[in-house]
Design a protein around this ligand. Sequence first.
Ligand code: NAD
Ligand code: HSO
Ligand code: ZN
Length: 440
Amino acid sequence: MSQSPIDGVDIARLSTLQADFDHRLAHLLAWEGVSDAEVQQRVDEILAAVKARGDAALVEYSNRFDRLAVASMAELTLSEGRLRQAFEGLPAAQREALSSAAERIRAYHERQKPASWHYTEADGTVLGQQVTPLDRAGIYVPGGKAAYPSSVLMNAIPAHVAGVREIVMVVPTPDGILNELVLAAAYLAGVDHVFTIGGAQAVAALAFGTETVPRVDKVVGPGNIYVATAKRAVFGQVGIDMIAGPSEILVVSDGGTDPDWLAMDLFSQAEHDEDAQAVLVSWDLEHLQAVEASIARLLPTLERAPIVRESLARRGALIHCRDRDEAMLLINRIAPEHLELSVANPEGWLPQVRHAGAIFMGRYTAEALGDYCAGPNHVLPTSGTARFSSPLGVYDFQKRSSIIHCSAEGAGELGKLASTLARGESLTAHARSAEYRLKP
Ligand SMILES: NC(=O)c1ccc[n+]([C@@H]2O[C@H](COP(=O)([O-])OP(=O)(O)OC[C@H]3O[C@@H](n4cnc5c(N)ncnc54)[C@H](O)[C@@H]3O)[C@@H](O)[C@H]2O)c1
Ligand SMILES: N[C@H](CO)Cc1c[nH]c[nH+]1
Ligand SMILES: [Zn+2]
């Protein structure tokens, strides 16, 4: 396939037969946003200012970056009453949809709850693992270019299911516009505090604490380049879930799905932002061309056509591959955030898919269903990090402590082992500590 715009739609057309395919694919997948030096420097300045000046810096940055005119953090703090009012004021259809989605997300995450466990050895020594929730979690809900009530549910519900004592949510409100659905979702999901702040300054507030914003133990949730860079910088001071980049979708089609459906599936992620990535892979060239035609016809009908157009031009691709096996190689190489297996027998593909944040099986499972209401989390590893990272889940809001309870007999046996090993390391206080408990 060539790389020429058709009917004003600019999208890369790649073929695995091209001599430079590997190079072109690597270029397409690269997302260097987080390491951009200018962004890094700005984020460092913001983090230092919030750490040093707390609320005053938060107010200044919010006024500057979100175009507000507030005088204090009181104006950037929402009460529980305000959240309830938002929930109760929603049109019935929205309230019911939000509640149904919340129930499904909760039911799914309930199944993720890990149990503490222990076992007893023959001499009475007990070993185990105790699972405990975080005391306080900070959830970042993006709000720059779109409002994300679904992300409130996806972040807060697993925290709640995990048993987190206090959930602190931050969400920017550019131009001071509050999104009622976002507030309603916070009420429904049991968020304890909501501050209308965003970007690196919000991450700093959660990580360091300010006069108003309580310091949390872990910051989770997706966001733009400033949010991602700030999360990476505060890691260590607090925990983080992952560095989530722009949204992505990889659709693999065997040629049997309506091209209009697939074009819209690609748009659904491309419309998130200009850096989002939408890629279609197929070994059926005519089908790829049909999807291309659907893209050209449907794109102008989109509300967010300018963002989609830009995203497809910057990072989108239609990839022609040789066959199913090569499609599978591409899946595992790309390790996409979302994988749509738009094929006749998706179950047959599943055992070979090793890297993908979420896998949408078959022609009827639009990725958009997972974004809102299927149940699994939509906060997922992006930019190839599905090679080592998992969806946000209950486990992100818990930690594990090891349990060791020696019987007198067990202490004797283990003491001998420990003493020998400690003396091998020349750590004699370790050895003697173990030896005190040996049976005479
Ligand atoms: N993975 C997921 O689950 C998921 C869900 C929803 C959205 N997303 C992604 O999250 C991202 C959301 O980005 P967004 O921009 O819409 O919202 P955002 O809330 O992440 O960022 C907005 C904030 O960025 C800061 N900012 C903007 N320009 C700045 C500048 N020049 N200097 C310093 N700070 C600046 C401002 O403080 C602003 O409040 C998108 O990439 C979207 O694809 C991911
Ligand atoms: N697709 C996003 C995650 O990449 C999640 C989302 C929220 N709303 C719509 N979509
Ligand atoms: Zn989405």
